[in-house]
Structure formats: C-alpha cells, structure tokens
Design a protein around this ligand. Structure first.
Ligand code: FES
Ligand SMILES: [Fe+2]
Length: 457
C-alpha cells in the first residue's frame, strides 16, 4: 500500500473516548521529569536552515537547562555542540537579553571567562598557559561536546540523546506526507514569540483541533463549516476538516467556504488575511475577491476551487513563485496540519505554512514559551528579512488573541481540586488524545484511560 493509502486508512482509526489525567498539565514533579524523559530524548526543532546561510553562521537553542550551539561548518554541513565551555562550564554563547536565541557569524568562539577558543568543528584551538596542565589535556577533554543534529523540511533539528533514532525515522509518516509540499523552500513572512501563563501542552492543544472554532472564533461560522477530525499517526498526528459532499481537498488548508463558495471563500479569505494574517497569501486573497464576479452563480464547488487555485498559481508563477505540484488526493489525505511530537505543529499548504511551537518555561508547569511563524514562497532573493521578535499576547493578530484568551483560564481551571481530567472529543480532538498516549510512553505515567461505557438499560 502506498503512503497515501496508509494515511487514508488511518481515517478508520478513530480514537476511543478517554479521560486524560491532569498531572501532565499541572504537576511540578511531572514538569521536572519531562526534562530527562522527554526533552532529552526527542528530536527538537531548533531553527531554520536559511537562518545560518554562510559558513560560521550560528544560532543557539535552549530547552530548559540545556543549551545547544548550532553552526554552519560547510556549504552543506551543519553541526551542533553543547553550548558550554569545556574549561569551567561557562555558557559559551550567551542569549542577548530579551531575545529568543543568539544568532550571528563567527569563525571562532572565544569563551568570555578565560578566553579558551573553539573553531567551527568544536576543536579547542587556544588554551591560556596550556603547559601548566603538564600535557594532561587531551583533545577529547577540551573539544566541545557534539549534539545530534540533522535537517528536514528546511528546519534544523537537534536531539540531546546520542543514541536517538535517525531524524527521518522519527518524523515518519509526517515527513513522507509533507515532503511534496517542499516546506524547505518557504521563508517566514513574520515570526513572533511570547510567554503564556499555561503549560506548554495547553498552548499547543489550543491549535490542534477545529472543535473550538464555534466557541472561540464564532465569526468564522458565517463563512464555512469547521467540523473536523484529528488522527494519530505514530508518534505524531494530523488534523483536517470534514468534507461532506464538497471537494476532498476541502479537508486541507486551501479550502472553500460553505453555501455559495464564490462569496464565502472571498469573505473567508479576506477575514483570515486581515484578522490573523496566516494560512493564505496576498495572491490567494486577491484572486478569491474576484470569484463572485468571474464565475457564474451555481458554479460547482469543485470548479470554484480549481479556478481559484489554478489562477493564483498562474499569477504567482509569473512573478517567479512556483508552487509545487501536489496530487489533490495527497493534499486531501494530508489534512490541514501535522503535530510533530511533542511540541511542534506544521500547518502546511502548497504555497504557505503556519507553524506553532511551545517549550517549557523553567520547571513551572504553568508557564511556557510559545512561538508562531508564518511562511510562504517568495521569488528568489526577495524574502523579507525577519527575526524572532517578542510580542506581548495582546499584540498578536486579533483572531490569535481569541485563542490566547483561553490559555491561562484553562490552566487555572485544571488546577481545581474537583476537576476530573480532560475528556476530548474522540473524533475532532483525536490529536490531543494522540499526544497524551505518546507522552505516556515517554513519561511512564499519564496514560489516557477509557471512559467506561454505561450500560443502556
Ligand atoms: S570557563 Fe571558558 S575559558 Fe574558562
Ligand atoms: Fe483558534
């Protein structure tokens, strides 16, 4: 069976009704245990390849107490080291105050304490008064410790476990499903990070289902149908929309509105562009505005979708933005976003993506870093220069603020003595269930438990 067939078959794999214990969200002991059992075991998305284009370009990535220094050492080589000086343990590259990470270009890293110096390969090339060790220092005592590092999808990934499985194996089947979308060619339109008063899982789980749309974003209900599904895919999961009688590609991100798709798609695109600035591009928005004028009333939904996407594709091609060709069946099967275990979401499309990532903020289970990055395809050399920029939650686009408004309240609610644990919708919130099933495997605790069926009298 081909990959699409395997993924499509997963549709039948509906999650069972379960209750998720609350400890994963609120327990300090659990948050501390995550360091060793989770964060030091999994592949972590640490940055983008295009952020370190030249030899000597570097960036850092911090996860709890661990820090990694990632360096471009050759045109096709990126290496990672523990970001700590081998002499007396000073962090080698500091994160400038208020920034998400350090980023720059150096051919040597000079420690700020006693000036030991390291080259791009991690070799220690200068030690003050080395003779005073009497020849005892070996290369393996002084060099920077290596960290497993690889790339996929234009992302740089690190794993703190030297015995971890290869990145590609870890990412499957997500990698195979997402490869045709050529995520490595996309560049950020904007990227902001913030801090929430909630557990990192609360933050991510606000985005891995569409079940919250009527309650959190009621204005979207005027445009479309947002009922959807979440399916486990090994360690990972993906979500998508129900399609009913409509085109199967409506399961994915570039989809039509309900009712008369000419007008609702135009309205939904405009609202999305202005209200959240994610999940679409200027070209798609512009072409969508023409649909009610160009296409006659009653045009079948499949034709509206084809006209909209084909026209936008052609307009973009003229300005040097070439969308990859992806089989519509594959687009439909892939859904609208993938949750990469444990802490990343990639919302993919042929010409744009929306990525979320959450990381713990120290060992406080009620706090996390949260990152939002929006990417699209640009003509060669015309991508805007962007940096990770801190923004207070109230300065994000207003639709995201609607999501953000639930974060601290969920965290507070779950701390109530009387709260019995999460009971996610088995179909629409299957990605939440999948995350906790997999977390439990790593953590050894917190397994979702079936909700006992009541006997029908
Ligand atoms: S701690 Fe780095 S040179 Fe001493
Ligand atoms: Fe939302």
């Amino acid at each position: 069976m081909g990959e699409v067939g395997r993924i499509a078959a997963a549709e039948e794999r509906a999650s069972k009704a379960v209750r998720i214990p609350v400890e994963a969200y609120v327990s300090e002991d659990y948050a501390r245990a995550e360091r060793d059992r989770l964060w030091r075991k999994v592949w972590l998305q640490a940055g983008r390849v295009e952020d370190i284009p030249e030899i000597g370009n570097f960036l850092t990535y911090d996860i709890l107490e661990d820090s990694v220094l990632i360096v471009r050492t050759g045109p096709d080589t990126i290496k990672a080291y523990w970001n700590v000086c081998s002499h007396r343990g000073r962090r080698l590259v500091d994160t400038p105050a208020g920034q998400r990470n350090a980023r720059g270009r150096k051919m040597n890293f000079v420690c700020g304490f006693h000036a030991w110096t390291f080259d791009l390969e991690g070799q220690c090339t200068f030690i003050q008064a080395q003779h005073e060790w009497g020849g005892a220092l070996r290369e393996e005592d002084t060099r920077l410790g290596p960290v497993r590092c690889d790339t996929w999808g234009g992302f740089i990934w690190v794993n703190l476990d030297p015995d971890c499985e290869p990145l590609r194996d870890y990412l499957e089947p997500a990698a195979t499903m997402l490869d045709p979308f050529e995520l490595q060619n996309m560049r950020p339109r904007w990227r902001f990070w913030t801090v929430f008063d909630c557990n990192w899982k609360v933050a991510l789980e606000a985005f891995n289902e569409t079940y919250h749309v009527p309650g959190t974003h009621p204005e979207f209900m005027a445009f479309g149908d947002f009922t959807g599904w979440g399916r486990p895919q090994g360690k990972h999961s993906h979500i998508g929309y129900d399609t009913g009688e409509g085109p199967k590609e409506n399961a994915s991100k570039l989809r039509l509105g309900a009712g008369d798709p000419r007008t609702t798609t135009a309205e939904m695109q405009k609202y999305t562009w202005e209200g959240v600035n994610t999940n679409t591009t200027q070209t798609l928005v512009d072409v969508a505005q023409t649909l009610p004028d160009v296409l006659p009333e009653g045009t079948p939904a499949g034709e509206v979708l084809k006209y909209w996407l084909d026209t936008a594709r052609a307009i973009d091609a003229e300005r040097g933005v070439v969308w990859p060709e992806v089989d519509p069946a594959h687009v439909a099967a892939s859904g609208t976003s993938w949750q990469i275990f444990p802490n990343q979401q990639i919302g993919h499309a042929v010409n744009n993506m929306l990525c979320y990532q959450a990381r713990p903020y120290g060992f406080d289970p009620g706090k996390c870093y949260f990152e939002v990055a929006v990417y699209e395809l640009y003509p060669d050399g015309q991508a805007p220069e962007t940096e990770w920029t801190f923004a207070e939650p109230e300065n994000f686009p207003h639709v995201l603020q609607q999501d953000f408004s639930n974060m601290a309240s969920v965290q507070q609610g779950m701390k109530n003595l009387g709260y019995r644990g999460n009971i996610p919708n088995p179909k629409a919130e299957g990605a939440v269930i999948s995350l906790h099933r997999n977390l439990a495997r790593y953590m050894g605790t917190g397994r979702p438990e079936p909700i006992a069926r009541r006997k029908v009298p």
